[in-house]
Design a protein around this ligand. Structure first.
Ligand SMILES: [Zn+2]
Length: 390
């Protein structure tokens, strides 16, 4: 089973095509965040990796050739001084940085074979009839910090599900202008596909002038209020895996989705309980439990069975706890998926979604389909809290 790690902090330079990109287009690759110059949001995704990589490669080449440190570009020599030993240190440093680039896992789209597996996994997926043409805003934005390499796989899966069922039209965009009310209100649901961190704040916030920072905060606040209004008014929100951790400083986001990220003590094969076989959102799973490998989140904060209808949870005894010191829940209730209301709207959370092969697992795809349709409002399901259900 394929496991993906990307521990380097990285940014993603997006391809215009949500499902393609990659090295062959030179436009979708992860680079360590610390190498990326701080820049305005609108520039983050348009400046080329090749430009920055090329600059460093040129500097490195200049240093490594015999006597090259003397011929290095002016500002490079200005930085490292004119002593060979300094040039050597800089060369080692640059090699280490380049090593980091090569070591960091690139954010690559699914291969043709993987796309085939995803399409095949949707063959038997069923959908409730759409009560109207449905539009889903799929946001995978990660302005800063760790980027999940599963993002393009989530996009491909949603695209395949939409094509197979015709139940909704996904709009893949990481342009936060989509959260302006005129745009947002035209959607039936938002799907956070491993989006993470402060979605509505410019990554270079600290470099902005006080006036620009005030504007950025106001903009951030307005878009957050739009999201609250959107769901409260009766629309839907689907949250996949890392998107549990968006807006870490914004309390209301925790209230919307009903939980907060508290580390991932497991990344192994675990036993997952299907809490209510027969529930409309659990028809994907035929057995009362199943085994699956993924990065498993621990949830804290406003999570409660008094407010959530829990769908999937970890069987701790059957899964083991290799990182006991990371386990914080005294009730040992490690929920992995739930639904809950928020105002007049519906929230679906699925904590699974790290490993790539989940996105060609037929049961998981059916589950994501059902959760998305629940969020949209086309799949009726009892969201009475687990603690009070009959
Ligand atoms: Zn993850």
């Amino acid at each position: 089973m394929r496991t993906s790690y990307n521990h380097g902090r990285a940014s993603v330079l997006e391809s215009p095509d949500p499902l393609r990109g990659g090295l062959e287009q030179g436009s979708r690759i992860a680079i360590p965040r610390e190498l990326a110059p701080l820049q305005k949001r609108e520039h983050v995704r348009s400046t080329g990796f090749s430009l920055r990589f090329g600059l460093r490669a040129h500097s490195l080449k200049a240093v490594l050739q015999p006597g090259g440190w003397r011929k290095a570009p002016g500002n490079f020599k200005g930085v490292c001084g004119l002593k060979p030993i300094h040039g050597l240190f800089v060369a080692v440093f640059l090699v280490a940085m380049l090593g980091g680039i090569l070591w960091a896992e690139p954010i690559l789209p699914p291969t043709p074979a993987e796309l085939q597996k995803i399409a095949k996994a949707t063959e038997n997926v069923t959908a409730a009839p759409a009560q109207a043409p449905r539009r889903v805003l799929v946001c995978s934005l990660v302005p800063t910090g760790y980027v999940h390499s599963a993002i393009p796989f989530g996009k491909a899966a949603l695209d395949a599900l939409a094509k197979k069922t015709g139940a909704f039209t996904p709009s893949f965009t990481d342009d936060i202008a989509a959260f302006e009310w005129d745009s947002l209100s035209s959607f039936d649901a938002v799907f956070f596909n491993n989006a993470n961190n402060e979605l509505f704040m410019p990554p270079n916030f600290k470099d902005l002038s006080p006036e620009e920072q005030t504007k950025a905060r106001e903009h951030d606040q307005r878009l957050k209020e739009n999201l609250v209004r959107f769901v409260q008014s009766g629309k839907g929100l689907a949250v996949l895996h890392a998107s549990l951790a968006i807006f870490r400083e914004w309390d209301e986001y925790g209230n919307i989705i009903g939980g907060r990220f508290d580390n991932h003590p497991w990344h192994q094969e675990v036993t997952i309980r299907v809490e209510e076989p027969g529930h409309p959102l659990l028809k994907a799973f035929k057995d009362p439990e199943f085994r699956l490998t993924d990065e498993i989140y621990q949830v804290k904060g406003p999570y409660s069975r008094a407010t959530h209808r829990v769908l999937l949870s970890l069987d701790l005894e059957k899964s083991g706890a290799p990182n006991l010191d990371k386990l914080h829940r005294e009730d040992k209730d490690y929920a992995l998926a739930w639904i809950k209301p928020y105002g007049h709207g519906r929230v679906f959370y699925c904590g699974l979604g790290h490993d790539h092969d989940l996105f060609w697992n037929p049961a998981i795809l059916q589950f994501l389909m059902d959760g998305t349709q629940y969020a949209i409002g086309d799949l009726a399901a009892d969201a009475t809290p687990s603690a009070t259900r009959k």
